[in-house]
Design a protein around this ligand. Sequence first.
Ligand code: NI
Length: 152
Amino acid sequence: MAILEIKKVGDTSLRQKALPVERIDGTIRHLLDDMAETMYKADGVGLAAPQVGVNKRIVVIDTGEGLLELINPEIVRSEGEMENTEGCLSVPGTSGRVKRAQKVYVHYLNRRGKRNRIIANGNLLATCLQHEIDHLEGILFIDKAEEVRTNV
Ligand code: NI
């Protein structure tokens, strides 16, 4: 495994719409391993492939309940509203309050290509899923935050 370079705001790779994964092969599984290692090393709770310069719809998340690997994740339904403080490994030293759905239903493929689903309600995972899936659309939390703070 390897630690990958995390792209920072201003890098064009963060602003592209990522492409669906067509075939889950060894390259994709290797990328999942490297992304997880990179996320843990950076003390993050989530990382999307565009953040390491890979234009594919892949996300890793660990909010303290184990590693989630999501290929082609899609929010199929969302309900309610909540607001939380967010940060991002690609926007270091910055935080902001972001309004998100309270409950999300996400469909995805796992590393063996099996269809899977997650329902997250009102917790860090719900925020994280929406934040990471935004990355796949080239959207950063600072685009949505009402007020952005720099933590010097
Ligand atoms: Ni982020």
